[in-house]
Design a protein around this ligand. Structure first.
Ligand SMILES: [Zn+2]
Length: 365
């Protein structure tokens, strides 16, 4: 338990939520013209949406889909998300399809964002130092003089620094839009939201405590809850779930009324389902995959042998993406996938493909 003298309040975790909120409001990225600039950039090029350091793929993918195919909804979500920040949008609510208009509290979004950002800022120098120390013996083997050793260290430091990445301030909008959907879910379907936090998010921690995950802004979704966000909050039509049979280690979220289901056991059947459900204008195929399906190699990954495993001991998938195109050739599945602010061309041996994919949610806007 902590106490904030400035705001005269007790808080249970991390830091005072009001202090966290005012720190986020003071960030350059939270200036009105920056927020609106990012929103316009996303409406013009929805693929640029980036979940960045946050585990919110199950929410970022629906945001991408409305940016792409239901721009009025995307605009309204933006105005509701920043209603507390941009005076022109004060009191704007998001009109959900099943629960009427819903408002979004910016304070709630700011808290997780700021905690994660501070954690990242604190951890980054530590990670850099640890990595450098790990390579030090190797460097000493390779470079024989003190002078060349220093040059070698500097080169390595640059490389490691690059790999650790940067904190992207402009992605505040991307994060808040995604997490706003989680906030709306919390208010419209509290039991769904709570069980998601407790049952599923703990799968992503080492400690088994879901709070470590959600407080840092992450929120994972199981298939039925992703379908809930798409239909009951965002109003997607014709939503149909294609499931691969697998033993679930966590309880499944409750089904969504009106959402139909089929099971697939072969790649050919899945291809067939894509032809039936994902061919029209505004249609989507949001898929639960192993993130190993995508590897950063100029957006192209050829997979000969499965690194994934259908008997994966804990999670049957760990990432949500949108499959833009699904082609089946003699030997391979050829995909065009959207995730992480990029289109990825993926070619996978069709004999191992099913070990990379779990469920697909089809529908259209
Ligand atoms: Zn405070």
């Amino acid at each position: 338990m902590g106490y904030c003298f400035k705001h005269i309040l007790f808080y249970r975790y991390g830091r005072c939520p009001k202090c966290l909120e005012s720190e986020v409001r003071a960030l350059p990225a939270a200036a009105k013209y920056q927020l609106i600039g990012r929103e316009n950039a996303l409406l013009a090029n929805p693929w640029k949406l980036n979940q960045d350091q946050f585990g919110v793929c199950g929410l970022a993918t629906p945001v991408y889909l409305i940016m792409r195919s239901a721009k009025d909804k995307a605009r309204q979500l933006f105005e509701a998300t920043f209603a507390d920040v941009i005076p022109d949008f004060a009191n704007t609510k998001f009109l959900t399809s099943n629960y009427g208009p819903q408002s979004v509290k910016f304070r709630y979004l700011a808290r997780g964002y700021r905690l994660k950002q501070r954690d990242w800022e604190k951890e980054r120098p530590k990670k850099l130092k640890q990595t450098m120390e790990r390579y030090e013996p190797k460097l000493r083997q390779v470079y024989s003089t003190e002078q060349t050793l220093n040059v070698g260290r500097e080169e390595l430091r640059k490389k490691v620094d690059e790999q650790l990445g940067q904190w992207h301030g402009e992605l505040l909008v991307d994060y808040c839009l995604s997490r706003a959907l989680g906030y709306i879910m919390k208010n419209t379907a509290p039991s769904r939201y709570t069980s998601e936090k407790i049952n599923f998010n703990s799968e992503f921690t080492d400690t088994g405590n879901y709070r470590d995950v959600t407080r840092m802004g992450h929120l994972a979704l199981r298939t039925n809850n992703a379908a809930f966000v798409l239909t009951e909050i965002l109003g997607a039509k014709g939503v149909h779930i294609a499931k691969q049979k697998i033993e679930a280690s966590v309880p499944l979220a409750p089904p969504v009324s009106g959402v139909t289901e089929t099971q697939f056991e072969t790649v050919a059947r899945l291809h067939n389902l894509f032809q039936t459900h994902a061919s029209g204008r505004g249609s989507f195929a949001m898929a639960a995959v192993y993130a190993g399906l995508l590897k950063q190699k100029q957006g192209l990954m050829v997979i000969k042998k499965s690194g994934g495993d259908a008997r994966f001991p804990r999670l049957s998938y760990n990432h949500w993406v949108n499959i833009e195109k699904f082609d089946l050739t003699t030997n391979n599945v050829e995909l065009l996938v959207w995730t992480w602010a990029k289109f990825w061309r993926v070619r996978v041996d069709k004999n191992v493909f099913l070990s990379y994919i779990q469920d697909v949610i089809f529908g259209h806007f």
